[in-house]
Design a protein around this ligand. Structure first.
Ligand code: UGA
Ligand code: MN
Length: 244
């Protein structure tokens, strides 16, 4: 059964390097269908070219963040319109298998994908380098689930990271109204709550009862832009400019 990987991405100098790294991970995984969804009005040519070169099964979609959220000050609901577009694609095209929200800048052990395939309804597992605690994970004591470890609980019913859970397609299809809210910081919780009826006691724990870290919330440091704007590193276009 297929594994659907829903990846939000957006135009920035780090986009091609992030997607290169991620695509090379997915090239080592069998039977994946990669849904790459850009927060942009128009698909980026360099991204399409990269996807074509990977030989992966992919969809290259666009889903711009609505203007009203873009103009908002402070934390924005990043990647939400992209992920909802991914869910829409799954509802229209998929019948079985499992899906996973995988941000373009995280790091994934290929063993994670074998784990995720076991998901019957909703599974969870640890994410390393997440929040000030350095780890976000369900806590299992004597084989029993006792709560969540996360640096930011904030009254959430499911205080987990986006990279810390997977859902079966059939389970989603039985919940036609499930979606991700445009609510910065509460995207995971809001989405998991929208899967009701679904309670924490029903979670399937993967990665040897949440004892192995197979995904990391890595973040790429941004360089100060020092070069003139037209020299900004942007994948292949930059090579053309350097040659001139
Ligand atoms: C934090 C949380 O740790 C994630 O679990 C959550 O997915 C994310 O916020 C979120 O806001 O949704 P963080 O590393 O701060 O993660 O967020 P980013 O990696 O900057 O963005 C999350 C995803 O959305 C990425 O795949 C990114 O490419 C995409 N994104 C970001 C957009 O599509 N548009 C944007 O304007 C910014
Ligand atoms: Mn990130």
């Amino acid at each position: 059964e297929p594994l659907y990987i829903i990846t939000p991405t957006y135009r920035r100098p780090e986009q091609i390097p992030e997607l290169t790294r991620m695509s090379h991970t997915l090239m080592l995984v069998k039977n994946v269908h990669w849904l790459v969804i850009e927060d942009a009005a128009v698909a980026t040519k360099q991204v399409t070219r990269l996807l074509e070169r990977t030989g992966l099964n992919f969809e290259h979609l666009t889903a711009p963040m609505p203007e009203k959220y873009k103009q908002k000050k402070g934390a924005k609901p990043r990647g939400v319109s992209n992920r909802n577009r991914g869910l829409q694609w799954i509802r229209a095209n998929a019948t079985d298998g499992v899906f996973y929200f995988a941000d373009d800048d995280n790091t994934y052990d290929i063993a994670l994908f074998d784990e995720i395939r076991k998901t019957k309804r909703v599974s969870m597992f640890p994410v390393g380098l997440c929040t000030k605690f350095g780890l976000s994970s369900p806590i299992i004591k004597n084989e029993k689930f006792v709560g969540f470890y996360d640096g930011w609980i904030a009254g959430r019913k499911f205080p987990v990271d986006m990279a810390g859970f997977a859902v079966s397609v059939k389970f989603l299809l039985q919940r036609p109204n499930a979606s991700m809210p445009f609510k910065a910081g509460y995207e995971e919780d809001g989405f998991l709550k929208s899967l009701a009826p679904f309670e924490p006691k029903e979670i399937e724990f993967l990665a040897d009862n949440c004892t192995r870290v197979l995904a990391w919330h890595t973040q790429t440091k941004k360089n100060e832009p020092s070069a003139p704007l037209d020299m900004k590193l942007y994948g292949e276009t930059n090579l053309v400019k350097l040659k001139q």
